[in-house]
Design a protein around this ligand. Structure first.
Ligand code: UDX
Length: 436
């Protein structure tokens, strides 16, 4: 099928590449000429495992094209996906100006029946607005609007897209639904067909539920610390109940990234707006905020004074397998340590360039390896659970530090093993671990 994706950011680019990979003819549109030129050269502006390979392969096969020209894009596809950013307003509500602009831009370019798909995460009832807008700017256009939310996780976006748990298609027309089912046929995934409003709600409700699971276990981790219990065992015990499941019950510094903080704030704003405040989610946000505060308090309690202390921070990305530092709790942690006068020496396998080019880059020392960051440090803090941090030479790290103190903000390491290596170890919610 001929498909168009408007917006070549994280979601748009990965979705376009995966559609091409299953055989569709895809045209990706982006108004950023520099980005399109980069993509045409075969350079991928983001780090996402497996993405560069499928982009290169499908560009070479002629199934994946890039343009800055919206009418050309609209002309190309029978189905036109909108995958532009939906950034937050200062009050947490969603700024829909890019969606509105795209709706206005595509309207006059519709010359035959098109399915216009909202892929971006949008508040419920945005589909109605997109329909209204296109009809206003092109009263004769023949089209249907569909909501088809994206559930991909950064770091495994290609795998999530190629093998999705489910495809949600919110359509109010059989013709549009039939075309969308054809788009997704090659993926052989379960399809849930809904009305547009329900599909839009599914995205915010799913992300909020996942964030709720994280905040739940983080709240339990505080109780574990206060009662000498181990949150890892508690998570295992409750996760063995199939109705609960073990995933997203990893206690740590809390959730970050470009989606959860924004989507939870948006769902709170949407529910307030609808006159049905979702107060539970306000608590989810509060627990997430408190989690970092409690961790910093713990560091302060153990190191006493942070001013002039040399602290190594392992991990800056908001989670492993990505170079994304947007709303990264690791970055927030480093900023807090710097504000308290600590000398931070940081390492991240993928995010160093982002941080180097940010204001924080001048305030900390960026190192080439976790071992280098730990040299001469008075404590190591693990802020992102990159698996390689569990495989460093801990004898060497311990010997190179002034004092072997380890604050594991992601419970990546085993407390007993770290004790054997001679570290004073502090995890999250591990009341029974060493030296607490
Ligand atoms: C999330 C959703 O998972 C995805 O379905 C949606 O499309 C976009 O938002 P993403 O932001 O890529 O994806 O990351 P995810 O893997 O969900 O992690 C989000 C944050 O939660 C990270 O900061 C991670 O460290 C944290 N997290 C996750 C925990 O603290 N504990 C967990 O158990 C799981």
């Amino acid at each position: 099928m001929k498909l168009t994706i408007i917006g070549s950011g994280y979601v748009g680019l990965t979705t376009g590449a995966c559609f091409a990979e299953v055989g569709h003819e895809v045209m990706c549109v982006d108004n950023n000429a520099e980005k399109v030129a980069t993509l045409l050269k075969g350079d991928i502006p983001i780090y996402e495992p497996g993405l560069a390979e499928i982009v290169t392969k499908n560009v070479a096969a002629g199934r994946l094209k890039f343009t800055t020209n919206t009418p050309e894009g609209v002309d190309h596809g029978n189905v036109v996906f909108i995958a532009v950013p939906t950034p937050p307003n200062p009050d947490g509500s969603v700024d829909l100006k890019f969606i509105e602009k795209v709706a206005r831009e595509i309207a006059p370019a519709i010359h035959s029946y098109k399915v216009i798909v909202d892929k971006s995460t949008v508040p419920v009832k945005t589909g109605e607005k997109v329909t209204e807008t296109i009809s206003r700017y092109a009263p004769d256009a023949e089209f249907d609007v569909v909501s088809n939310p994206e559930f991909l996780r950064e770091g495994c976006a290609v795998a999530d897209l190629m093998n999705p748990d489910r495809i949600v298609i919110g359509a109010n027309s059989d013709r549009a639904l039939a075309l969308m089912q054809k788009v997704y046929e090659p993926f052989r995934a379960p399809v849930l067909a809904t009305d547009i409003n329900s599909a839009e709600l599914i995205k915010h409700a799913a992300n909020s539920f996942l964030a709720l699971k994280i905040s739940y276990i983080n709240a339990v981790s505080a109780i574990c610390e206060a009662s000498d219990a181990d949150v890892e065992l508690v998570a295992e015990g409750i996760g063995m109940d199939k109705r609960i499941g073990r995933s997203f019950l990893n206690a740590g510094l809390g959730y970050g990234g470009s989606c959860f903080p924004k989507d939870i704030a948006a769902f709170i704003a949407i529910s307030d707006d609808l006159g049905v405040p979702f107060n539970l989610l306000k608590e989810v946000e509060k627990i997430n905020h408190d989690q970092l505060e409690r961790f910093i308090k713990r560091i302060r309690e153990k190191l006493w004074v942070l001013e002039d202390k040399k602290i190594a921070v392992w991990g800056l990305a908001f989670k492993p397998d990505t170079d994304d530092t947007r709303c990264s709790v690791a970055i927030e942690l480093v900023e807090r340590l710097v504000a308290e006068g600590a000398e931070v020496r940081a390492f991240d396998p993928k995010a160093l360039d982002h941080v180097k080019n940010s204001p924080l880059g001048d305030k900390i020392t960026l190192c080439g390896s976790p071992e280098e960051a730990a040299e001469g440090a008075e404590a190591v803090v693990i802020a992102t659970e990159w698996p390689e941090f569990a495989n460093v030479d801990f004898d060497k790290v311990r010997d190179s530090m002034i004092a072997p103190v380890m604050f594991d903000g992601r419970n990546l390491l085993d407390p007993k093993t770290m004790e054997r290596f001679g570290f004073e170890y502090h995890g999250v919610g591990r009341g029974l671990s060493t030296n607490q």
